[in-house]
Write a protein that binds this ligand. Structure first.
Ligand SMILES: [Zn+2]
Length: 328
């Protein structure tokens, strides 16, 4: 049977209200860490049930155990402390990780293996192993220890590689290494590529990197040198202008594209027709057996209902395109 375009998700899901409450209670020391873990596992089951019900092909575990994609690793690896509150935008403050020593991980297996394994036990469909890339971890942290960014990024790359190998050994078929910071500093793209070479070296997995909200114009087609099988890029937020950038060079035969077709930063629900139009435009550039369809980015900023609605639109649009284009 010929392969056809597949549906997937970028990574995070909104935390269901039951888990939001459990996290608050844990912070107030009203419940134990074990109770919190149980609440996270229940929420993960819900996330997987939803994706199965919708008919999504390659699933994510939803990151119920993570608050922030960089802080999660900083909190669990050695070498990091937390900064005083830093302003992000508006009146939102957060604690930015600070590197104060050599970065390291001394746990028994990979940090992310248990949550991946628990999620994979819920379904026969593949669950992606989900990691944050070394370039982004460096970029979103303060460095008070290493002489320069390069040496910190390379040490982080070895740690992320170790984590990826542990996921592959546990059976993860797809491993995604998110690098959203890549597109914000085009002049450092080579450094990010070098670091990814360390991460994916001899890694027996279908590798993916998600990159979003930046200057693709400045990093394409150089971005194609990022040593991963699949690039996962956002398109809906920029009214699919990304596709015009991708047209500059023929799409490489050995790369896959995952393309975001709904805007995760908007409450507006896209119509099936507009999502279909985006998919058809992407099919002009990348063949169906190399194309994945997903939201622009993680869904954690949406409500649970909005996430369900947006994913439903994606799946309906893909089902219709498959039918109309005779794709399986
Ligand atoms: Zn993103």
């Amino acid at each position: 049977m010929a392969e056809t375009l597949k549906t997937t998700s970028v990574g995070s899901f909104p935390k269901p209200p039951s888990l939001v409450k459990a996290r608050q209670r844990f912070r107030r020391q009203e419940i134990s860490l074990q109770d919190l873990r149980v609440a996270e596992q229940e929420a993960t089951k819900e996330v997987i049930r939803l994706q199965e019900t919708l008919g999504i092909d390659v699933l994510v575990h939803g990151e119920m155990e993570r608050g922030d994609m960089v802080a999660y690793f900083a909190e669990n690896w050695q070498g990091f402390t937390e900064s005083l509150p830093v302003r992000s935008y508006g009146n939102r403050y957060y604690h930015k990780p600070v590197v104060t020593d050599r970065v390291n991980y001394q746990g028994p297996t990979g940090l992310t293996v248990e949550s991946w394994r628990a999620a994979q036990a819920q379904t026969k469909k593949p669950i992606k192993g989900m990691l944050t890339g070394p370039y982004t971890i460096c970029d979103w942290s303060f460095n008070d220890f290493y002489p320069d960014r390069r040496s910190l990024i390379f040490d982080l790359a070895h740690l992320v590689h170790q984590e990826a190998m542990a996921l592959a050994a546990a059976g993860a078929e797809y491993i995604q290494i998110d690098e959203p910071a890549i597109s914000t500093r085009p002049q450092e793209l080579d450094l990010a590529i070098e670091a990814m070479e360390i991460v994916t070296r001899n890694l027996p997995a279908h590798t993916i990197s998600h990159i979003c909200y930046g200057d693709f114009d400045a990093i394409y087609p150089a971005l194609l040198d990022l040593p991963v099988k699949q690039l996962d890029l956002e398109a809906a937020n920029g009214q699919f202008q990304l596709l015009e950038i991708l047209r500059r060079v023929p799409w490489p035969k050995d790369k896959e594209l995952a393309i975001g077709v709904v805007d995760v930063h908007s409450h507006r629900l896209e119509s099936v027709d507009e999502v279909k139009a985006g998919i058809l435009r992407a099919l002009e550039i990348v063949p169906a057996d190399h194309l994945y369809i997903d939201p622009d980015c993680g869904l954690k900023t949406r409500t649970w209902e909005e996430a369900v609605q947006k994913l439903t639109v994606i799946q309906h649009a893909v089902d219709q395109v498959r039918k109309e284009e005779g794709l399986k």
